[in-house]
Design a protein around this ligand. Structure first.
Ligand SMILES: Nc1ncnc2c1ncn2[C@@H]1O[C@H](COP(=O)(O)OP(=O)(O)OP(=O)(O)O)[C@@H](O)[C@H]1O
Ligand SMILES: O=P(O)(O)OC[C@H]1O[C@H](OP(=O)(O)OP(=O)(O)O)[C@H](O)[C@@H]1O
Ligand SMILES: [Mg+2]
Length: 331
C-alpha cells in the first residue's frame, strides 16, 4: 500500500482465491463463468495477480484457511473459502465477515464419528453415557481426535457433553482410533469412504455443520472508493451469470392480448417483462424461471401467441443484485 493509499484509505480491492487444494479448480471455474480471469504479473515477489480488464483489484493466491484469516483481519476484501474453516477459525464470524453466497461446490459435512463396533452408540446422548462410564471405570476422559477444535467444543457443550479431551490432529484423523491415540473423531466427510475404510460411523445427530464453499466478504477490510467500485464490478458479473443460469428468455409474437392479461400471466409464473409489454410488431420478451418455461409457453399459446422461442442467456445485468446489497448493508 502506498502512502497516498493510506491517507485516502483508497487501497485496491484484494480478492483472495484458493491457490491449491480442493477448492482451487472449482473457484477458478466459478470466476471464469462470471467473465473474471486472472493474470499473474511477472517478476512480482508477492503471490499476487490482476483481474483481466478490471482495475482497482488485486488477486491474492492463498490456502483456504489463510483466506479465512485474511478476511477476518481485513487484509482481504473478498474471498472464496469453506464455511467449515470460517466457523472453526473465527469465534464470531458474523461480526467480521459476510457470507455473500454459497457456491454449490466444496461440500463436506463436519461430523462426530465413532467405531462401528460401538453398536449401541447411535446418538450424542449415547456418547455422553460412554464418556461418563469410561471416566468412572478408568478415570480417563474420552479422547476426540480432530483439527476442528472449536467446532467440537461448541457442539459438545451444546449437547452437555463435558467428559472428553481433544487430541489435536494434523492429518489422517480417521486413523486415530485404530492407532489408539483417540476413541472417536470429529472430521469432514464427503463421500463417507474414508470413515468406512476406518470402520467408523457418523452419529445420528452427529452432523455439526454442512459446509460448502462460500463467497465471503470482510467487514474489516478498508472499503475505500476503489475497493467498493471493484467489488461492485465483480459482484455484478457474478450475479449476472447466476441470474442468467436461473432464467430462460421466452420471446413470442403476441398481438391480440391486453397488457393486463400478459402481466397477469407473467406474474402467475414468476416471469418478468424486462422490456415492457409489447414492441411495435407485437413481439414480447419474458424472463422466466427455468422450471416455468413450458407452463409459460402453454399460457402464451392459449392467449394466441405464435413463433414462441426459448433460449438460455449468458448474463442478466440488473441495476442492483442480492450480492452487492448484502455487502453494502454491512460496510
Ligand atoms: N473431501 C474433502 N476433503 C477435504 N476438504 C474438502 C473436501 N470437500 C470439500 N472440502 C473443503 O475444502 C476446504 C479445505 O481445503 P484444503 O484442505 O485444500 O485447504 P486448507 O485446509 O486450507 O489447506 P492446507 O490444510 O493444506 O493448508 C474446506 O473448506 C473443506 O470443507
Ligand atoms: O468422505 P470422503 O470422501 O472420504 O472425504 C473425507 C476425507 O477427505 C479429506 O482428507 P484429504 O484427502 O483432504 O486429506 P487430509 O485431511 O490429510 O488433508 C478429509 O480430511 C477426510 O479425511
Ligand atoms: Mg486439507
Amino acid at each position: 500500500m502506498s502512502g497516498t493509499d493510506k491517507m485516502t484509505n483508497d487501497a485496491p480491492l484484494v480478492l483472495a482465491v484458493p491457490s491449491k487444494g480442493r477448492l482451487q479448480e472449482n473457484a477458478t471455474a466459478f470466476f471464469g463463468r462470471a467473465g473474471l480471469s486472472f493474470v499473474q504479473a511477472r517478476g512480482q515477489r508477492e503471490y499476487r495477480g490482476q483481474i483481466a480488464g478490471l482495475g482497482g483489484a488485486e488477486v491474492a493466491y492463498l490456502s483456504a484457511s489463510e483466506i479465512v484469516a485474511q478476511l477476518s483481519s481485513g487484509s482481504a476484501h473478498l474471498g472464496i473459502t469453506g464455511e467449515d474453516l470460517v466457523r472453526e477459525q473465527v469465534a464470531d464470524a458474523d461480526a467480521s465477515m459476510v457470507m455473500l453466497a454459497p457456491l454449490g461446490f466444496g461440500h463436506a459435512n463436519v461430523v462426530v464419528a465413532v467405531p462401528q463396533a460401538w453398536i449401541d452408540v447411535r446418538t450424542m446422548a449415547d456418547l455422553d453415557d460412554v464418556a461418563a462410564t469410561m471416566r468412572a471405570r478408568t478415570g480417563r476422559k474420552l479422547r476426540v481426535a480432530t483439527k476442528y477444535v472449536n467446532l467440537t467444543r461448541r457442539f459438545f457443550a451444546n449437547h452437555g457433553l463435558a467428559d472428553y479431551r481433544i487430541v489435536e490432529s494434523l492429518g489422517a484423523t480417521e486413523g486415530a482410533p485404530a492407532a489408539g491415540t483417540a476413541e472417536i473423531v470429529v472430521d469432514i466427510t464427503t463421500t463417507g469412504a474414508t470413515l468406512t475404510a476406518n470402520a467408523l460411523k457418523v452419529l445420528d445427530d452427529g452432523v455439526i455443520l454442512a459446509s460448502e464453499a462460500n463467497l465471503v466478504a470482510s467487514v474489516r477490510a478498508p472499503w475505500g472508493k476503489q475497493a467498493r467500485d471493484a467489488a461492485a464490478a465483480i459482484l455484478s458479473r457474478i450475479a449476472a451469470e447466476e441470474e442468467a443460469r436461473s432464467v430462460r428468455e421466452v420471446r413470442a409474437v403476441l398481438n391480440a392480448v391486453s397488457p393486463q392479461r400478459l402481466g397477469e400471466i407473467a406474474h402467475r409464473l414468476g416471469a418478468r417483462l424486462p422490456f415492457g409489454t409489447a414492441s411495435g410488431e407485437g413481439v414480447i420478451t419474458l424472463h422466466c424461471p427455468r422450471k416455468a418455461v413450458f407452463p409459460l409457453v402453454e399460457e402464451l399459446s392459449k392467449a394466441g401467441a405464435d413463433d414462441i422461442t426459448v433460449r438460455a442467456l449468458d448474463y442478466v445485468f440488473r441495476r442492483s443484485n442480492p450480492l452487492i446489497e448484502r455487502l453494502l448493508a454491512r460496510i
